[in-house]
Design a protein. Structure first.
Lengths: 218, 319
């Protein structure tokens, strides 16, 4: 098997199943079919589970590019879209639990929450961005968008920041977990900043040496 | 002509209304505390507080709601008790390190009978009552809990607070061996709470020692905790080791930690939102995955009993 076939027919289905497993587990727990169930406050438990999974998959999707660069395994890039879509999937479930189960689809308090409560405003913006990224993730849309596709998809960095911020502001007191996510995000984005700074410096050095060399020969 | 004004009566010489009204209770209390011969007390029913298991001679109360209580599992598995961790299931998981006996309570401040008292001696003279109360957490969830306890007023009066006692402050145990969550400075330990003397003496306010007819489990604040049903749950301080009568408003843990979000009063009020979430509705624990939220009531449904405590007070400002 070539690497391409190996990725396509073995690794991709495996990663897909693994990413879907938490969803299956949570749904089965909600109906008390596996594990200890969702506890005394199942709505809160669902919100927490799906929110956490959404956040983790945003981080995992953001880790693909740095991992590829650090390991040299170029085929890793083929998982980026799937992992990003799983992030959108779990964040959408998180939002759906909030809208349908937590708020019972009563419009006024939802609107009030979005307008009046900054952490919910942040979460909504993050979800809208993820929705835009998901809709434009199809190959033929990507081709048709040309250069603008990359520009739009840079907003995944904003999604990362918004998601961690949303979590941080929601926590009542113990910010240990939001701090951990913030540190991971800082590393993932920091690497990119460092690499692009390195690249700019290198090309700058190359340009200045080119300008210097003719005068040196004269 | 020289008019001599009478010497003003010192405030310490004035008997407060609550002290006046409670004079018979004090006599009964003293009798039961065996400071007076037992024969002098006619109806002292000594409450026995076993280390675990069922509580005997628990009297029903007219203050109980007829709403269906939450299950034992809900009440004892979904708790906020940061001394054992910040997760809701942490207290049930880790609170077995707490040793609720022997237990003593230090009483200080503006009262005539101060000192350190053994838990049994504090409870003994009183009759245990079952109080089925709504509990509304500041996080917008609620339960109905069948507490067993004693009106706090009956306990406090035995210490004979003086006229300067305008507030009562409470403290939880500090011992990171028994309460491992205290190794992390999530809050500034010890956990502290306080009430005005009127709130503390209100007949709805109880000192709980049990739930569901049984001795209080550790995760619910064993061996002795406050229950103030018209205030957000964090006012009902758990595992109390100190009571102080004070002339000035005591500092309270959540107010110290986030003064913009948690006030001294913390009365349940659907019209005053938490800065980060609405307090208009609440999720009733145990109602199931598809149950809608329910409207939060003013003073958690106890407005008829307690609203008069706050006449003239701006509840938006004094949240």
């Amino acid at each position: 098997m070539t690497t391409l076939q190996w990725v396509r027919y073995v690794l991709k289905p495996l990663v897909f199943s693994a990413a879907l497993l938490p969803f299956v587990w949570i749904v089965l727990s909600a109906f008390n079919l596996v594990g200890p169930g969702l506890g005394a406050n199942p709505v809160e438990a669902l919100l927490d589970h799906f929110g956490t999974l959404g956040l983790r998959f945003v981080m995992i999707a953001l880790a693909v590019t740095p991992l590829r660069r650090l390991t040299g395994l170029n085929w890793l890039i083929q998982f980026r879209r799937m992992l990003g879509l799983f992030a959108a999937f779990y964040v959408t479930l998180h939002l759906a639990v909030y809208v349908f189960l937590d708020q019972g689809l009563v419009v006024q308090p939802i609107v009030e929450d979005i307008v009046k409560r900054p952490f919910i405003t942040l979460g909504m913006i993050a979800w809208l961005l993820l929705a835009a990224l998901s809709v434009t993730s199809f190959m033929y849309i990507r081709r048709r968008m040309g250069k603008r596709w990359q520009q739009l998809h840079y907003s995944v960095y904003a999604v990362g920041v918004l998601a961690v911020w949303h979590y941080w502001w929601q926590v009542k007191k113990d910010i240990t977990e939001p701090v951990i996510y913030a540190a991971v995000l800082a590393l993932l984005l920091g690497l990119r900043v460092f690499w692009s700074w390195q690249k700019r410096r290198r090309s700058h050095v190359r340009q200045s040496t080119m300008r210097v060399s003719p005068s040196a020969t004269s | 002509m020289l008019i001599r004004r009478p010497e003003p009566v010192k405030s310490s010489e004035i008997t407060s209304e609550s002290a006046y009204l409670s004079r018979r209770d004090i006599v009964a209390g003293l009798a039961a505390a065996s400071l007076l011969p037992a024969a002098a007390s006619r109806n002292a029913s000594a409450a026995v507080l076993p280390r675990a298991g069922n509580l005997a001679d628990v009297k029903p109360s007219d203050y109980s709601t007829d709403e269906t209580p939450n299950s034992w599992d809900d009440v004892t598995s979904y708790n906020n008790f940061y001394e054992f961790g910040t997760g809701k299931s942490d207290p049930a998981r880790y609170a077995d390190t707490l040793k609720p006996r022997p237990w003593s309570i230090e009483v200080t401040g503006e009262a005539d009978k101060t000192g350190t008292f053994d838990l049994e001696d504090i409870i003994k003279p009183h009759t245990l009552e079952e109080r089925i109360y709504r509990l509304r957490c500041v996080e917008a969830w609620s339960m109905v809990v069948p507490w067993v306890g004693i009106p706090l007023a009956n306990i406090l009066k035995r210490f004979q607070p003086n006229s300067r006692a305008r507030y009562v402050a409470f403290e939880t145990l500090v011992d990171s061996k028994q309460m491992p969550g205290q190794r992390y400075r999530v809050l500034d330990w010890p956990y502290r709470e306080g009430l005005t003397i009127e709130e503390a003496m209100h007949p709805l306010t109880i000192m709980a020692v049990g739930v569901y007819g049984k001795v209080l489990p550790n995760q619910n604040g064993a061996p002795m905790r406050l229950v103030v049903p018209w205030k957000y749950g964090f006012k009902s301080i758990k595992s109390i080791v100190a009571i102080r009568f004070s002339e000035t408003q005591p500092s309270t843990s959540w107010n110290l930690s986030a003064p913009r979000e948690y006030g001294f009063y913390a009365n349940v009020n659907p019209q005053v939102d938490h800065p980060r979430w609405s307090q208009a509705r609440e999720r009733r624990i145990g109602a199931g995955l598809f149950a809608p939220k329910q409207a939060t009531q003013m003073f958690n449904g106890y407005a008829e009993e307690v609203a008069s405590l706050y006449t003239g007070l701006d509840l938006k400002r004094n949240f």
